[in-house]
Design a binder for this molecule. Structure first.
Ligand code: BJW
Ligand code: ZN
Length: 244
């Protein structure tokens, strides 16, 4: 624990000096808000893995099944509140000259905690997209009716979310790459770091000279690359690292 203590001091020093920061978050940051992660315990839904459901092929085969998964998740998220980790990041943002919070999460908890400089790589669970005319709209109904929801044009809508095999929104991705290339500190929180291209950002940051700091329950493929790697809960570690 002594090593984690002195690493904490060292991380706090890098954080205090940094004028440009990028943060990458994953499902682990919302775990303490009661939202199941994808690959951890409770990550399965009716024995399906995210990889079985979060694809255009799965939706084409059985839109009802995929929508039932999203409706279940929307019900959980609607009940959840941002936790101390989301709040610590929102409070950090105005203290740094150049800041970007890059999230893989679709749950909207960063917005609700007050983060504004936010790049949502994988979309938003409260937004839907027409499969025919491409029209987007917000839909915050819980429970969601009808299921699947329909566009004004009559066609089925889909979640406005990036599935496996689909490209990330170009501008959002560009913004993330740019912030990564300029970051003096790059903080990674609660991601298994296996889903690309998001998982390539930390290495990009490290190569560009950033101090790479990881916060996770368990070791990940990034842990060996990170300058400082902290094992524990985001809701406890982020306030300790970022607290003014
Ligand atoms: C805690 C904690 C606590 C828990 N405190 N920590 C090789 C190289 C590059 C790409 C590929 C490749 N092989 C295959 C690909 C393609 C694929 C991919 O990466 N597959 C991998 C599985 C290998 N990628 C794609 O398809 C992407 N698109 C793409 O590549 O397009 C190419 C293209 C270009 C041009 C035209 C067309 C195509 C798209 C990826 C989309 C991912 N979408 C999902 C689901 C949809 C969103 C949703 O429904 O919510 O996004 S998958 C799912 O995984 C979700 C997540 O955002 C994403 C990442 O998961 P995350 O956040 O890391 O969660 P977990 O559960 O994995 O980890 C949680 C972590 O938290 C754990 O480590 C815990 O220890 C920790 N933790 N509690 C701290 N309290
Ligand atoms: Zn339509």
């Amino acid at each position: 624990m002594l090593t984690q203590m002195s690493s904490l001091e060292s991380a706090r020093a890098s954080i205090a000096q940094a004028r440009s920061v990028a943060v990458l978050t994953g499902a682990g940051i919302s775990q303490e808000s009661g939202i199941p992660t994808f690959r951890g315990p409770g990550g399965l839904w009716r024995n399906f893995r995210a990889e079985d459901l979060a694809t255009p092929e799965a939706f084409a085969r059985d839109p009802q099944l995929v929508w039932e998964w999203y409706a279940w998740r929307r019900g959980i998220i609607a009940q959840a509140q941002p936790n101390a980790a989301h709040h610590a990041l929102a409070e950090w943002e105005p203290r740094v000259e150049s800041f970007l919070l890059i999230t893989q999460n679709v749950d909207g908890l960063h917005d609700r905690a007050g983060s504004q400089k936010l790049a949502k790589l994988h979309g938003d669970i409260w937004q839907v997209l027409c499969t025919r005319c491409g029209r987007r709209e917000r839909n915050e109904l819980v429970p969601l009716e009808p299921l699947p929801p329909r566009c004004l044009c009559g066609a089925i809508q889909r979640p406005d979310i990036v599935w496996f095999g689909e490209a990330l929104p170009t501008e959002v991705w560009q913004q993330a790459v740019e912030a990564t290339a300029h970051a003096q500190v790059f903080l990674v929180v609660g991601t298994s770091a296996i889903v690309h291209p998001a998982a390539s950002l930390p290495a990009m940051a490290r190569e560009a000279g950033a101090v790479l700091i990881e916060v996770n329950f368990e070791p990940t493929p990034l842990s060996a690359l990170a300058d400082l790697s902290f094992r524990g809960k985001a809701g406890e570690l982020l306030p300790a690292l970022l607290g003014a």
